[in-house]
Design a protein around this ligand. Sequence first.
Ligand code: KG4
Ligand code: ZN
Length: 357
Amino acid sequence: MIVLGIESSCDETALALVKDGALVNAVLASQADIHALFGGVVPELASREHYRFIGPLFDELMQRTGCEASLVDVVAVSRGPGLLGSLLVGTAFAKGLCLGAGARLIGVNHLMAHLLASGLNNELIFPALGLLVSGGHTNLYYMTDPVTSVQLGRTIDDAVGEAFDKSGKILGLSYPSGGLLDALARKGHADRRCFPRPYVDNDNLDFSFSGLKTAVALYASEHFFLHSCPSPLSRVEDASQDLCDCCASFNLAVVDTLLIKVRRALERYPNVKILIAAGGVAANSLLRSELNQLMIARGGTTLLPSPELCTDNAAMIAYAGWQYAIRGFSHELSLETIPRGHVIPDDMRQCFGPHEM
Ligand code: KG4
Ligand code: ZN
């Protein structure tokens, strides 16, 4: 079964082909440089760029793989949550392809696709605890199979990736700051006393990261080490040791906070031996090693996508689409896109059961 995946929910236009659950090839155009000029994603610009890139990227993918539209069985498209105008570009393109080439349409929940991404390089095992840490979300899930999960916790304000990006901006780092802050943290010495572990003195599985960015602003105003150059810092070599130390302390505070809630969730579900981490922040080196150690100590396993599959990509959309497709699910051409903050409806129809494959 050949599945074409399309991702356009934020600032990456990406397409990928998955055949029988394995990645064949992928193409991606990032708009990060354009949005970096504004210090964050500008929705109107994002949708225009998706519109500009999506056709040529499709041609490039077909050329690279020797595939053609008529051979695609399923078009899986990221249907939300995300920026509405951006999602519309991807879904309109997907619907056009389905009409023209006779493929089945599957609207994929972008968040579930992140969680399933590690299936591209590992065998997925269930039940699993899912930790989704991205620029827009910080969620915990109890997952019973690839297409069924219950949300256990979420952020009540900023997402963890947002905390990285906003704190990075305060510290004078270029946008998006997560990857750079991670690299600077590896050169620094963390001090546990610098930053709090926010919202852990409770008994829930929710997160709150907005206070951490305020703590970074306060710390930065009290310590005079900020990068004085007018343009944001984008190279590790240009950072002072004080800045690296501050990044290491911030990074540790974030990772400790996530670990506290993950441990709490695992205590509530003692049958769970698998932890699936996903989303852009799952590329974080300290978080990856801490989650691995945590699960090894419990006799379990952490499944992590490779770092390039942590951030937005179309391979995860195609793979998630394949998981739905082999279970007989699909959408009508009336599929709606779902903006950020809205619940993704359970509106797939099942045209055949998995046993009929
Ligand atoms: O999953 P993603 O590509 O987009 C969303 O769906 O939100 O995540 C992007 C987020 C950004 O906030 C970025 O700063 C963060 O992931 N990020 C990282 C790292 N790489 C990307 N955060 C911490 N450490 C990293 N290595
Ligand atoms: Zn994402």
